[in-house]
Design a protein around this ligand. Sequence first.
Ligand SMILES: [Zn+2]
Length: 79
Amino acid sequence: MSRSVHRFREYTIEPDTEPDAEVITFTVHCAVCGEGGPITETTDAAGEWIVTHLGEQPEHLSYREIVTRPYRVAPGRWL
Ligand SMILES: [Zn+2]
């Protein structure tokens, strides 16, 4: 018969705002054909691709924004 001991700990999950955190990035994809724009560091820059794509595909009118935001887990007290 095996025995094991478990300890529980609190953790806080939060956006990583440390100086060495990965940057937040944005991109947009066309919801009609799936084509995607470049990965950028601002929503405005990501959105510029929509204008370009709309010029090429005027019937593609639905898009989705994808945000990549770093998170960190801060260990708390043992329970
Ligand atoms: Zn499209």
